[in-house]
Design a protein around this ligand. Structure first.
Ligand code: SF4
Length: 210
């Protein structure tokens, strides 16, 4: 088995990468380093869920140093100006620390769960991981876990895991609220169009009415 350090953003996103990397012959140790998660209660809740899962499955877990002030200095000022620049800086800050841990602990391979979710910036994340891994003399193990996101969702629900509905920072929390509002509006508009179409054909358009 080949030892690998797997940077993890949360327990639900770790499920499928752990399974698949083990199937490939890797022996993953999880590394937690996510000073981007706000507020503190949310950060602690996600970490606690990951601790529970690692303990239950006897998966080794390393909790790395988290520099919240550095995140505020290096990532927060980008804010909502450019999501790509903000997330790139955020990925880099977290993965750089994970690479330092991997080097210190004698790992040769490194991977991350950051791009499991289809809502993340897959190419940006992997580009950052590859650059940092190379700079630390590590082998980046880059896989596309996104096709298994639905399975991760199903399994994490089945396990009763805590599942968050935004990426982590305060900007992503606000963006998620807006996205959900847009989706609600779109659904409302679509329903309205169906109702209008039915009414134009002579029905009343109400549910169950012909
Ligand atoms: S959206 Fe996620 S990856 Fe991007 S800056 Fe916020 S916490 Fe970091």
């Amino acid at each position: 088995m080949t030892r690998l350090l797997l940077h993890a953003c949360c327990a639900p996103c770790s499920l499928e990468p752990l399974r698949m990397l083990r199937e490939e012959g890797f022996e993953p140790t999880i590394c937690w380093c996510n000073p981007n998660i706000q507020p503190a209660e949310e950060h602690d809740r996600r970490l606690e869920e990951l601790r529970r899962y690692c303990e239950a499955t006897e998966t080794p877990l390393i909790e790395a140093a988290e520099d919240y002030a550095r995140w505020e200095r290096g990532v927060a000022p980008i804010g909502a100006l450019s999501r790509e620049r903000r997330c790139r800086a955020c990925y880099a800050l977290r993965l750089a620390e994970a690479c330092r841990v991997a080097e210190r602990e004698g790992f040769e391979h490194i991977a991350t769960t950051l791009a499991v979710s289809p809502y993340q910036l897959f190419d940006v994340c992997n580009e950052v991981l590859a650059q940092l891994a190379r700079a630390h003399g590590l082998v980046p193990v880059i896989r596309d876990f996104r096709p298994w996101y639905a399975e991760a969702t199903r399994r994490s629900r089945e396990l009763g895991m805590y599942r968050q509905n935004y990426c982590g920072c305060r900007f992503s929390a606000a963006e998620a609220v807006l996205d959900r509002a847009h989706l609600r509006d779109e659904r409302r508009r679509a329903k309205e169009a169906v109702r209008k179409g039915a009414a134009d054909k002579g029905g009343c358009g109400a549910a169950g009415c012909v």
